[in-house]
Design a protein around this ligand. Structure first.
Ligand SMILES: [Fe+2]
Length: 318
């Protein structure tokens, strides 16, 4: 059993100026965290940051305040209209800037992608008094938040807006996590791991239609793939033994005003501490991978077929 440490790869402005084709996407496909010590885009202004930090916390109704670009709605806040509108405007503008930044940095991932959410976090993540499956300070891979992804990937661009570091603890990448812990997590080998029944497909179609108008409805949609990923997510968050065993664990510290980019369903991660951050999410079609062998879908397909879940060894840059 070998659990890999997810690697953090620092992308300085000098490196950004001399990128090779696929350099960034090749790292991301391998579950690595790209760290930008200098933000590669314009951050919200000081005035906007002051507003978000001091005017919104009293009005949170959920873990995040999230703007949904496709529905053009903000959820997770109940505030006087002017505060809701300004919050929405700042989150929408930042999502648009992140989108154009990523179109520049990782163009091969963007065809057919979906701009999913622009989220604000303003509460300390450490030991929050919420259900264990919702806590960000427990190790996990992301799963199920966007309904049925059916193998499309959750790409997250994070920005530490605070004056102190945000600290992550990471452990494992999806393939070695499934290989080592799939059985303990209850994943059953065989065709049903990835294939949806007819009733599920019909129900999903209806929910998908409704979610164009009511974004939260989309989270109700299910697929076999998403259920399997959710099982891994739940196992990781709930297992004390998994948290105690240090093989494959690494701590990554993100400086104030730095950014990072990761497939949150590929690198095992938790946020040990941190308070004020933005999380911008895009759903990337798995077909956009240069090497689909690394994707969670292919990982689960190999596992379901009774093979090793680990991908072949493909050298970086090929
Ligand atoms: Fe997460």
């Amino acid at each position: 059993m070998t659990v890999k440490q997810p690697q953090a790869v620092e992308i300085t402005p000098d490196k950004l100026a001399a990128l090779q084709p696929f350099e960034l996407t090749d790292h991301l496909e391998r579950g690595r965290v790209l760290v930008f010590p200098t933000a590669p885009l314009q951050l919200p202004s000081d005035d906007e940051l002051h507003f978000l930090k001091h005017q919104t916390p009293a009005y949170h109704t959920r873990k995040n305040i999230s703007y949904y670009p496709r529905a053009q709605r903000v959820l997770g806040i109940k505030a006087p209209a002017a505060i809701e509108q300004r919050t929405q405007d700042i989150l929408a503008a930042y999502q648009a800037r992140v989108e154009s930044c990523l179109q520049r940095l990782i163009p091969s991932f963007t065809p057919g992608w979906i701009s999913a959410t622009s989220s604000l976090r303003v509460f300390e993540e450490n030991n929050r008094d919420i259900a264990i499956r919702s806590r960000s300070d427990r190790l996990h891979i992301d799963a199920g938040t966007y309904g049925a992804s059916r193998g499309n990937l959750i790409l997250r661009f994070l920005t530490n807006l605070d004056d102190k570091e945000r600290v992550w603890r990471c452990k494992g990448t999806v393939s070695d996590l499934v290989e080592s812990f799939g059985e303990e997590a209850g994943l059953k080998r065989g065709d049903s791991l990835l294939h949806d029944g007819l009733l599920n497909r019909i129900g999903s179609g209806m929910v998908r239609g409704l979610s164009q108008v009511f974004p939260v409805m989309g989270t109700l949609e299910q697929s076999a793939y998403d259920r399997a990923m959710r099982q891994m997510h739940n196992y990781m968050k709930e297992s004390e033994a998994f948290h105690q065993e240090s093989e494959g664990m690494v701590e990554i510290r993100f400086k104030p005003k730095s950014c990072w980019l990761v497939f949150a369903d590929m690198a095992g991660h938790s946020c040990l501490s941190g308070e004020f951050a933005m999380i911008n999410t895009f759903m990337v079609p798995r077909q956009n991978f240069r090497h689909p062998e690394f994707s969670p879908w292919e990982t689960l397909r190999r596992y379901a077929a009774g093979q090793s879940a680990l991908p072949p060894d493909i050298p970086l840059g090929t």
